[in-house]
Design a protein around this ligand. Structure first.
Ligand SMILES: Nc1ncnc2c1ncn2[C@@H]1O[C@H](COP(=O)(O)OP(=O)(O)OP(=O)(O)O)[C@@H](O)[C@H]1O
Ligand SMILES: [Mg+2]
Length: 242
């Protein structure tokens, strides 16, 4: 798929060792942690879900991984370097799709994706984008501006933009939001394909189907302890309401 051009070869990624490493990572606001400290390592081509109740701290953790929030304690490293969102190398390797809608009102769906791909020096950006439009079911909306899209279509556009750029680490915050069942299944497949090419994916989710579809282990976030569960235990935890 498109990402063949957008993603560095898996061998290169593997040589870099751990893609994400958190050691005693404590996150929160105004000096107060929102959850227990996190110790986790995500290697090249591995996926890690982040699960937990509303308000448990999943988005806060993802913000720290993306360098949008300073840790209260401990460390978080991406590709062997402490996270610094201002570093060009960090920005070129890490793609994040959080839950905020962010668009240029005057640009069409296709123009948004082409801008993202070209901005990250993706070769054959037009071809890559056409494939993404197809995969995200947006070909019919290629010429539409964001305000004329449905909310699920806008969500598809945001996610497609995450896949339109080079990445070694993809961070998604509840990517299932507002997606229909078919798109959620397609998304799980796209995530698996991305991981198979060596991209590491960390994603917060409340969706049992997405979690099962990716086959990922999950970090269960709570006040007392943050622990990694096996894929089967993670699905069971979501199914019983954590
Ligand atoms: N900008 C902020 N300033 C202060 N507190 C915040 C801020 N953002 C979130 N919080 C608080 O931090 C805690 C964790 O919030 P967070 O958004 O990380 O939860 P979450 O696990 O992502 O929940 P959800 O499943 O609802 O998305 C909550 O108690 C929330 O009220
Ligand atoms: Mg959240």
């Amino acid at each position: 798929m498109s990402a063949e051009r957008a993603v560095p070869p898996a061998a290169e990624t593997l040589a870099a060792g751990a893609v994400l490493r958190a050691d005693g990572l404590s996150v929160g606001y105004a000096g107060a942690p929102v959850c227990a400290p996190v110790d986790v390592v995500v290697g090249a081509g591995q996926m890690l879900a982040v699960i937990g109740a509303n308000g448990s701290g999943k988005s806060t953790l993802l913000r720290a991984v993306l360098g949008l929030l300073e840790p209260l304690a401990g460390t978080v490293e991406v590709l062997g370097r402490e996270v610094d969102e201002r570093e060009r190398a960090f920005r070129s390797h890490v793609a994040g799709v959080l839950d905020a809608d962010a668009y240029f009102p005057g640009l069409t769906t296709r123009e948004h994706l082409v801008l993202t791909a070209r901005g990250h020096a993706v070769r054959s950006a037009g071809t890559v984008v056409d494939e993404l439009l197809d995969q995200f079911g947006l070909t019919g909306q290629a010429g539409a501006v964001p305000e004329s899209l449905s909310s699920g279509q806008r969500r598809r556009l945001l996610l497609a933009a995450g896949f339109a750029r080079p990445r070694r680490l993809l961070v998604l915050d509840e990517p299932e939001q507002r997606l229909d069942v078919r798109m959620r299944r397609t998304l799980a497949q796209l995530m698996r394909e991305d991981a198979a090419r060596g991209v590491s994916i960390v994603f917060a989710t409340h969706d049992e189907d997405l979690l099962e579809g990716t086959g990922a282990p999950a970090l269960l976030v709570t006040d007392d302890v943050c622990e990694v569960l096996s894929p089967a235990a993670a699905v069971a935890a979501l199914a019983r309401g954590l």
